[in-house]
Design a protein around this ligand. Sequence first.
Ligand SMILES: [Fe+2]
Ligand SMILES: [Fe+2]
Length: 248
Amino acid sequence: MLVVAQISDLHFRGDVDHRERIVAVLDYLRDRCGGSANIDALLVTGDLTDEGTIDQYREAAATLATDIPTLTLLGNHDDRTAYRAVDQPDAVDTSAPVDSALLLDGLLLLALDSSIPGRNDGAISDQTLSWAEKQISEAGDVPVLIAFHHPPNRVGMPFMDSIAQLDPSHLEAFVRRHPQIIGLVCGHIHSPSVGMFAGVPVVTAPGVSSTLNLPFEGDDIVNDSQPAGLAFHLIEVDRLTTHFRSVR
Ligand SMILES: [Fe+2]
Ligand SMILES: [Fe+2]
């Protein structure tokens, strides 16, 4: 069995109290879960920073140091050029989508860029889908778990649904063409949830920085009663099971 941990929506912003929530989740992964001894990979699914500044990416890089193999993708609060200035200083095209892959023994993990520079809603470009197609064909016959920031399905949160993926029809066709895709994992909505899209489960991770209210939980955007949280995706052959944990 493979274990893929997911943390999302860290929103690094140079705030000590805020950073404590992030550190608590990382400590949980390292101290309670044994780090890379038990966790095969870590997905950081976007909104790494609050405002996409170089200082915030420096703060993220300094805080997120871990021995777990990590894939990081970007969300609507991120900035490709600033991210690359800190994390990929040798990148030639600093404005291209930030896509990455990790082939484990029995699982291909893809981290795709669903951000649109300057916008809060999202889309997975045909350029990114072509790149993902190549990764899947080169990996051979292994299950595939795909991560990106913006869920492609409606989630019952009116504001977040208004800044979802613009037109996921190309993504839907892509998923339906590849039966080895066992699930999609996202962030963005700061709420753990499970849905379906193109015949596969869509799981969103809790928000590390905050939880957002459902329409019947309150009039405020943020639900202050909820602690930081994370997701564990367990993959056995081609079966995906996701567990959630809160970290106080
Ligand atoms: Fe976020
Ligand atoms: Fe977001």
